[in-house]
Ligand binder design. Structure first.
Ligand SMILES: NC(=O)c1ccc[n+]([C@@H]2O[C@H](COP(=O)([O-])OP(=O)(O)OC[C@H]3O[C@@H](n4cnc5c(N)ncnc54)[C@H](OP(=O)(O)O)[C@@H]3O)[C@@H](O)[C@H]2O)c1
Length: 319
């Protein structure tokens, strides 16, 4: 069986991505075919499409860590992560083979396009919010870094709807102030210093949802109150953690890792239920910068990597 897809391939030592037909192996045990309508362009997908190493485990491969579509028996499903677009062909295709156990019904509250717009970014923000709760974050301001991006945008919307005072940190303060306060941010601040500062700084945050890593994450940890919780979700600035253990051993700060890929059904359903309860469809639409077709993915990937996208890019794979 063949399908139209974005394919990343090794072209004589150079990694290239383009739209072409690709052969799919039929579904095996515990798997089903999904006729995809929508996917999205996550940071990881942009890296894969741009030929950066570390995402696709083999070439040629179809990228796309999110897929929304219909099964042959008419069920509307959404899959996020679960190895799609990393270790198996992903959602930037008209068809994809998925594992049943990783799929969740598209919630009635959302259209298939909105489910893709939420995708991994929204699920990750929800998992971060659940981590703050699980680790007993105290009351007080919550810092969200990379607020102009997908994970950051959903974290701002969700945490403010949950009643937190959200401080949104962005490198595009002037351009995004209205957008982020519209999502519920109480305050919009510049990015934290990329250079790690003193190991213990003025206490400002009861909790942090971080999408950027590196020096900004170290500074956020150093500014977290005793017993505060920092959910580390991303590495848009850097995968490094160039800090000290002092905030952990002198302030009892909790560093909670968030992984949205290798999680079970229960965690997936809990994340989607939180989103349904607190992020209505009109907020999803405000967080969707644009919809593109497969042919526009490569150009949009460059914009994602350059940090020029506000929120999310949805891909209608039939276009
Ligand atoms: N843990 C997981 O399971 C999981 C799931 C999803 C994503 N992620 C990771 O989380 C990160 C964000 O993903 P995303 O899909 O939200 O990406 P995105 O939409 O591209 O957003 C990333 C944001 O990070 C900020 N940023 C970019 N470069 C930066 C830099 N050098 N210094 C500081 N901030 C910078 C920008 O926000 P401003 O312009 O507002 O500053 C940008 O919009 C990525 O690293 C991604 O791989 C992890």
């Amino acid at each position: 069986m063949s399908t139209r897809a974005i394919v990343v391939r090794d072209d004589g030592g150079e990694v290239r991505a383009g739209v072409q037909q690709v052969e799919l192996a039929g579904p095996g045990k515990g798997e089903t075919l999904l006729a995809v309508t929508h996917s999205s362009l996550n940071y990881k997908d942009a890296m894969a499409v741009a030929g950066r190493p570390g995402i696709l485990r083999g070439l040629p491969m179809v990228p796309g860590i999110d897929a929304v579509g219909r099964t042959p028996d008419g069920r509307s499903l959404v899959v996020t992560g679960a190895g799609l677009g990393e270790r198996r062909h992903g959602g930037l295709a008209e068809q994809v083979v998925i594992e049943h156990a990783t799929a969740v019904p598209v919630p009635e509250a959302y259209t298939p396009r909105q489910a893709a717009a939420i995708g991994t970014a929204g699920v990750t923000a929800a998992l971060a919010a659940l981590a703050l709760r699980r680790h007993g974050a105290p009351d007080g301001p919550v810092l969200v870094t990379g607020a102009g991006g997908g994970v950051g945008g959903y974290a701002v919307a969700l945490l403010s709807a949950l009643g937190h005072r959200v401080v949104a940190s962005t490198g595009r303060r002037e351009a995004l102030e209205e957008h982020l306060t519209g999502l519920g941010a109480a305050e919009v601040v510049d990015r934290l210093d990329p250079a790690p500062g003193r190991p213990l700084q003025q206490q400002r945050w009861a909790a942090v949802v971080d999408a950027v890593g590196g020096g900004p994450l170290v500074n956020a940890i150093a500014q977290t109150v005793p017993g505060g919780v920092v959910a580390a979700c991303g590495l848009a600035a850097s995968p490094d953690l160039p800090g000290t253990v002092l905030p952990f051993i002198l302030r009892g700060v909790v560093l909670a890792g968030v992984d949205s890929v290798a999680i079970g059904q229960d965690a997936r359903r809990e994340a989607w239920a939180l989103l349904v309860a607190h992020v209505p469809g009109d907020v999803v639409d405000r967080l969707t910068e644009r919809e593109i077709g497969l042919g526009e993915v490569a150009a949009a990937a460059d914009e994602v990597l350059a940090g020029r996208i506000r929120g999310r890019v949805v891909v209608d794979v039939r276009r």
